[in-house]
Design a protein around this ligand. Structure first.
Ligand code: GLN
Length: 250
């Protein structure tokens, strides 16, 4: 019997657009795969020992919340987070949580907020927000040999640019993604997965959920081979209906 410990970092401050749904999806799918999970909330002022967790989640938050978190993330938890990332810990970071992993965020009104610099990426705010549904294709998450189409909802001012050694999570088919310019959406570095997609991301994209669970199980249990296949009829129908609306396909 396998089990996974999930840490929700800053759940009281980083949880826009129901991003906690990603935690629920991880737990529910783990349960369907007969894997036990335990979720621990860790926020400002709490101690953070990454060795206690197998998956670490950061949701989205507006500029205001990001500024509140900045000192704690840089000065209290930063060294531990960076060591966990280099040690191949699994992270999922959405929107504001994604931006926090980068070097800095220059807001649209000229404020420069220093961030963690755990990943070589940076964010520059634009006056016009990028809002709407998004579809992107990821060849990191495959169904057989085919890249999977992922759906989500984005709402951000920040435009994020990827530096050395950071792969995009996918290529935008419809929507803006990282910056509305280079066609990239999200970022992947070691076992850190970042995306602008709320929605929440994981409930409608079960192969991505299973991908993260598998990565965490591989890290924890040397004998782990693969997850079984679940019936994704409902999840696929939910994803297809969003895609049909966005891509205007029949
Ligand atoms: N503050 C960031 C932006 O507007 C993140 C927003 C979010 O997490 N939804 O770019």
């Amino acid at each position: 019997m396998y089990d996974l410990n999930i840490c929700h970092l800053y759940p009281d401050l980083l949880n826009t657009y129901g991003d906690r749904g990603n935690i629920l999806a991880l737990q529910k799918r783990a349960q369907w795969h007969s894997i036990d999970t335990l979720v621990t909330n860790v926020t400002i002022g709490d101690s953070f020992d990454s060795s206690l967790y197998d998956i670490i989640f950061l949701g989205g938050g507006q500029d205001y919340e990001q500024e509140i978190i900045q000192s704690d993330v840089l000065n209290q938890k930063g060294t531990e987070i960076k060591a966990a990332i280099e040690g191949m810990k699994v992270f999922l970071c959405i929107c504001g949580g994604y931006q926090l992993m980068g070097k800095y965020y220059k807001t649209w009104d000229g404020k420069e907020i220093e961030f963690l610099g755990a990943l070589d990426l940076w964010t520059v705010g634009g006056k016009e927000r990028m809002i709407g549904n998004i579809v992107f294709e990821s060849d990191i998450i495959k169904a057989g040999d085919n890249p999977v189409r992922i759906v989500g909802f984005e709402n951000h001012s920040g435009r994020t640019y990827l530096g050395q050694g950071i792969k995009p999570l996918g290529r935008v088919i419809s929507g803006n993604g990282n910056n509305g310019e280079d066609g990239f959406e999200g970022a992947v570095y070691k076992n850190v997965y970042c995306s602008y997609s709320h929605g929440s991301l994981l409930p409608k994209n079960p192969l991505l959920t299973d991908h993260l669970l598998s990565l965490a199980l591989k890290q924890k249990y040397p004998d782990f081979e693969a997850l079984g296949v679940l019936d994704d009829t409902f999840e696929d129908a939910a994803r297809s209906s969003v895609m049909q609306r966005i891509l205007k396909t029949p």
